[in-house]
Design a protein around this ligand. Structure first.
Ligand SMILES: [Zn+2]
Length: 323
């Protein structure tokens, strides 16, 4: 029998662990008696609860279910109530189970134990959705389009002529997809390296030189070497920026240097911001386009700063705090 994985748990059909299940609303109003609690796999329950709320507000109908998660023992009981080994089926419904052929002698169709979507906690049987083959049931016709948008499908139900049997398909759940962006990606920025006079040649030194040239502090040759002239220029700039003027360009100095970079800006300041944002290759071009905008908004959210991709003193202070 196959196994399924969900939320870090592995399980087989008919033995979905309770940690993976959630309750179907309204609580305690399910079953034929309308007094039972019903459970589905967590994502299916969340979708169903969302969907029935929308059905209620859109159509005034209250939906309850009489079938939900089903253990292997329950599946076996269901199946053996309706199917007999070697029996003739007036419905023409025959299934292989445990090495024998079973014919359905009474009731609606039932899955072979261990193969039911109820055993994966991904199917419901809806109360008052019509009898066998009655897909035109008025309640069903009004409610189903809403359920369908939330990922509830009737392909399997149509195959066995059960208008009440719906199966959850996460990939067709529009509601879940719409929700996905709220689980925001908040990737941390890259911590820039510390460079100082005499340190090995590096692309960061080249970039720092380019920046101080644009700032009017450095008039020497471009390149990756951190010499005395660059050290003097660095001290000058650090004093002007209100930083300790030690000619050591560490995270504090880099973060201070990107202050003022903004969406649609250009230049070495933007390039530094692009590298701190973790961008590479052609994305480090000194032009703050859509990639810059998206990435810096992510960083600002990660920092807890209002995301607008214009790097102001609040963003810089937050970067310094995070180190
Ligand atoms: Zn069913």
């Amino acid at each position: 029998m196959s196994r399924m994985r969900f939320a870090g748990k592995s399980y087989s059909n008919g033995s979905v662990p309770s940690a993976v299940l959630a309750e179907v609303l309204p609580s305690g109003r399910h079953g034929v008696s309308r007094t039972s609690r019903a459970y589905l796999r967590r994502d299916a329950a969340a979708s169903w609860n969302r969907a029935v709320a929308e059905v209620r507000s859109g159509t005034g109908l209250d939906l309850t279910v009489r079938g939900w998660n089903r253990s292997l023992a329950e599946q076996r009981r269901f199946f053996l109530e309706r199917y007999r080994p070697g029996a003739h089926s007036p419905f023409g419904d025959y299934r292989r189970y445990g090495g024998s052929t079973y014919g359905r002698v009474r009731g609606a169709a039932a899955a072979v134990p261990g193969y039911s979507n109820h055993g994966w906690a991904l199917a419901v049987d809806v109360n008052d959705f019509g009898g066998v083959g009655e897909f035109g049931n008025a309640r069903r016709v009004r409610a189903f389009p809403i359920l369908q948008r939330h990922g509830w499908t009737d392909t399997e139900g149509r195959r066995v002529r059960e208008p009440w049997h719906l199966v959850y398909s996460p990939t067709s759940d529009v509601g879940a997809r719409r929700r996905a962006p709220t689980a925001r990606r908040t990737r941390a920025p890259r911590r820039p390296p510390t460079i100082r006079p005499g340190c090995p040649r590096s692309s960061w030194t080249r970039l720092w030189k380019e920046f101080l040239t644009a700032e009017g502090d450095f008039g020497g040759r471009p390149g990756p070497v951190f010499g005395e002239a660059l050290a003097d220029a660095t001290r000058r700039w650090q004093r002007r920026a209100g930083l300790h003027d030690d000619a050591v360009v560490g995270p504090r100095t880099w973060y201070r240097a990107v202050q003022g970079a903004r969406y649609q800006g250009t230049g070495a300041r933007v390039k530094i911001a692009q590298r701190i944002a973790g961008l590479r290759g052609q994305d480090v071009d000194g032009r703050a386009g859509p990639v810059f905008l998206r990435r810096w908004k992510q960083i600002q959210r990660w920092l807890g700063v209002v995301p607008d991709a214009s790097i102001g003193h609040r963003t810089v202070a937050a970067l310094v705090l995070k180190g």
